[in-house]
Structure formats: structure tokens, C-alpha cells
Design a protein around this ligand. Structure first.
Ligand SMILES: C[S@@+](CC[C@H](N)C(=O)[O-])C[C@H]1O[C@@H](n2cnc3c(N)ncnc32)[C@H](O)[C@@H]1O
Length: 305
């Protein structure tokens, strides 16, 4: 299930993760829901995705609760939860009805706080779905020992890595790495990372943050175009450019965006975070998502393949 805020971003993040493992992934969408049919398990997707609210396996649809027949191994304990995405109020009666049917069928304990199985009854205006999750999977973020005002939060860092469709064993470059948020999230998901920053202090911060996690991503104190030395090694570029407010920029930020885009090696996926207003023509073809931070900063995530 997707959050109401950033729904499109959340949907595309899940689709990107799944496609990075299985290009034949089939995705169906309905408001606040995304259904993924893929070789990759839902737990793998849930362990990476930052914006999904609830994840699990859809087993069936039903119209009437009397039709419910969950043919799975009886759990030791369970809880039934309703997710109402319909335009009507439904109260708790459906949840209690379904819970009662399953209790009778399984004779398992009902555990509200620590169930072995959560049964989701998802109600939309068109359909009622029955889903299960045998544990709640949430992403584990790396430690950030040194912070800085211009950093992006770990959640956004992970999301942009996910949008790059890279997975374990691939290599990403962040040529404006700052405190290393993107490198940390990448390495925590098994993606090799190379960071570059022209500011020596930022490189030191990144190195400390990597060391705090026992990570080994490379950090290079240089201008962004140093990434060209690694162009045969890297599979994608994921980065967050200076905004011209608290983050320092070697040249005016808009010119930097333009110059940077002019040297992106061909056939490399690019996921770029920049300040709204720094748009350049080269990003016209990108898929874009906006994230409001405060009145003087809305970030844009642009994805170019
Ligand atoms: C918005 S910050 C990146 C923040 C980072 N995502 C984080 O979470 O900490 C942009 C970074 O670009 C660096 N930078 C500015 N001009 C640069 C250039 N020409 N080449 C490389 N790095 C540069 C700045 O030092 C700054 O650390």
C-alpha cells in the first residue's frame, strides 16, 4: 500500500526495485495500491523500498466474507487488519467478520501485538482483496555519524538509489557526495559506490560516515568530472547537486547543472536531485518528482535513462 503523499514516487520506486531484479515484472496499479508480479519476493522489495506503507502477498479477492477460504498453513497466531481505501466508511465489522471466519477455520490464537501472520483485508471501491504478511519488513538504514545541514535524509537517499534500478554488485557514482548519504544507502543494499566532492571537509565527513558502518565505498576529493575516469566501471549516476543555499557550489548552481549534464556518459542511468527552479532544457525528457521541503526549497528528482 502506498502513502497518499508522494504516491507516484512510491509506486515508481517499487516498480524500479522489482525491475532491477526481473525485467519482466508486471505492475498493476489502483489508487494507493501497486500490485507487482515478479520473480523477486515481496520481502526483498519491502526491505529496500522507503515509501511503501504496508507490503505483503495478495492471495485472493472476495465479494462476500462467506466466500473467504485462505488455503494456507495454519499460523500459530494471527491478526486481521482492514485497510479501507474506498470512499465509504466501513468500521470494524468486516475485520471482525473475517477474523471470526479465520479463527474458526484455523483455531489459532489472535495476537494484536505480535502475530505470526497479519491478514490484510483491503477494501477499494471496486474490489476487496485478501493479503497476508508473515512479518513486517522495513528497510534498515545505515548509521550517519556526522551530519551537515545540506544533506538529504536517508529515506530520500535510498529512494533515489532505488530509482536507478541498480542492485547488488552494480556500481554507482555520486559526483557531489557531500556527507555520503547516497553512498551509504547504496552500499547498505550491496551496491558498490564511488563518491566525489570538491570540498575536502565533505570527503572527510563521508569517509567517517562510511567507516562508522564498516563500508568500503571510495571517496575522491575532486571536481565532479573526475567521474569520467570511472565511466567504464559505473552502471549509473545518482547524485544531489548543490542548491546554492547552504550547500556550496563551485560555480552558479544552474550552470553547474548544465555543465554536469553535458558530460554524462552515454547509456548510464541518471537520477539527479536538484533545486526546483534550476531546470535546464536537458532535463525536459526526464521523469520528475517534486518534494517540498520548506518555503525556499522544493527538491526535484529527475530520472533519465
Ligand atoms: C547538496 S550537496 C550534496 C549533499 C549530499 N547528498 C548529502 O546528503 O550530504 C552538494 C555537494 O556538491 C559539492 N560540490 C559543489 N561543487 C562541486 C563540484 N564542482 N564538484 C564536486 N563537488 C561539488 C559540495 O561540496 C556539496 O557537498
Amino acid at each position: 500500500m502506498l502513502p497518499s503523499q508522494h504516491e507516484e514516487l512510491a509506486r515508481d520506486e517499487i516498480t524500479s526495485i522489482s525491475k532491477s531484479y526481473d525485467t519482466k515484472t508486471r505492475v498493476q496499479s489502483s489508487p494507493r495500491l501497486v500490485f507487482v508480479e515478479s520473480k523477486v519476493s515481496w520481502k526483498k522489495i519491502a526491505s529496500r523500498s522507503t515509501f511503501s506503507r504496508y507490503s505483503g502477498e495478495i492471495l485472493d479477492t472476495f465479494e462476500d466474507s462467506s466466500q473467504i477460504d485462505l488455503s494456507i498453513t495454519k499460523p500459530e497466531s494471527f491478526v486481521c487488519r482492514t485497510i479501507n481505501l474506498s470512499s465509504k466508511k466501513i468500521g470494524t465489522s468486516l475485520e471482525r467478520q473475517v477474523g471470526g471466519i479465520l479463527k474458526k477455520k484455523w483455531d489459532s490464537q489472535v495476537s494484536l501485538s505480535n502475530p505470526h501472520l497479519t491478514v490484510y483485508v483491503i477494501v477499494t471501491d471496486d474490489k476487496k482483496y485478501l493479503g497476508i504478511a508473515d512479518n513486517i519488513v522495513t528497510p534498515v538504514h545505515p548509521i550517519k555519524s556526522v551530519k551537515h545541514p545540506h544533506e538529504i535524509d536517508m529515506k530520500l537517499g535510498r529512494c533515489v538509489v532505488n530509482l536507478s534500478q541498480l542492485n547488488e554488485g552494480k556500481t554507482l557514482c555520486d559526483p557531489f557526495c557531500g556527507t555520503g548519504t547516497i553512498l551509504l544507502e547504496a552500499e547498505s543494499m550491496g551496491i558498490n559506490a564511488i563518491g566525489i566532492d570538491y570540498d575536502k571537509i565533505m570527503c572527510k565527513i563521508t569517509s567517517k560516515n562510511l567507516a562508522a558502518n564498516g563500508f568500503r565505498s571510495r571517496v575522491i576529493n575532486s571536481q565532479y568530472n573526475k567521474m569520467l575516469d570511472f565511466k567504464d566501471e559505473i552502471d549509473g549516476i545518482v547524485t544531489d547537486l548543490p542548491y546554492g543555499i547552504s550547500s556550496r557550489s563551485s560555480i552558479p548552481p544552474q550552470r553547474l547543472v548544465k555543465d554536469f549534464l553535458s558530460i554524462i556518459p552515454k547509456r548510464k542511468k541518471l537520477v539527479m536531485v536538484y533545486k526546483k527552479g534550476l531546470e535546464v532544457e536537458e532535463m525536459n525528457k526526464a521523469k520528475k518528482y517534486e518534494i517540498y521541503r520548506h518555503k525556499s526549497l522544493t527538491r526535484v528528482i529527475g530520472v533519465l535513462s
